[in-house]
Design a protein around this ligand. Structure first.
Ligand code: THU
Length: 165
């Protein structure tokens, strides 16, 4: 029996800072940062904002919403995507996404979506049938630019893995 070693590459661009963003990206980046002001994070003190840019120029934002029953809370990425789908059905395609995070007292740092958010993000991208470029602040203080959310989670579970309903 053959045993083959394989590798899976994740491709992204790394930008030094926000001065390297396009004007549209900068607006989205700043929207994600501004959204952190509306996080409800009394338990972690970690304020997260996510911003979605639609093809018609609309920017839709989400923030993390925590709860005294901890697992009942939700991340910013999912409040943004679920909020968009619930409030603007038939919306223009999502053409950009950015995430930002900062502690209660302190400056913006890395914002790396959790696995559950990645799973949801990929489904929304698949659902609209066109890639969603993504900007994330890295741990190194740089900006990671992905052409598609799909890069975030190889081998994710999708509708293709389910039997026909
Ligand atoms: N959180 C997000 O909103 N997005 C992420 O990508 C990671 C974590 C939230 C969940 C929780 O409210 C707090 O950050 C600490 O985990």
């Amino acid at each position: 029996m053959a045993r083959i070693s394989r590798q899976q590459l994740i491709t992204f661009e790394e930008l030094d800072d926000a001065t390297d963003l396009t004007p549209a990206e900068l607006t989205l980046w700043q929207a994600a940062r501004a959204a952190t002001a509306h996080a409800y994070a009394p338990y972690s003190g970690f304020h997260v904002g996510a911003a979605l840019l639609l093809a018609d120029g609309t920017i839709f934002k989400g923030t993390n919403q925590e709860n005294a029953a901890y697992p009942s809370g939700l991340c910013a990425e999912r409040t943004a995507l679920f909020g968009l789908a619930a409030n603007l059905p038939g919306h223009a395609p999502i053409v950009g996404m950015a995430v930002a995070a900062r502690p209660a007292a302190g400056d913006f740092g890395a914002a790396l979506p959790c696995g559950a958010c990645r799973q949801v993000m990929l489904e929304y991208e698949a659902r609209q049938g066109q890639p969603i470029p993504l900007l994330l602040p890295s741990r190194a203080g740089t900006i990671m630019r992905f052409e598609s959310l799909a890069a975030l989670m190889p081998f994710h579970f999708s509708a293709d893995d389910l039997p026909p309903a």
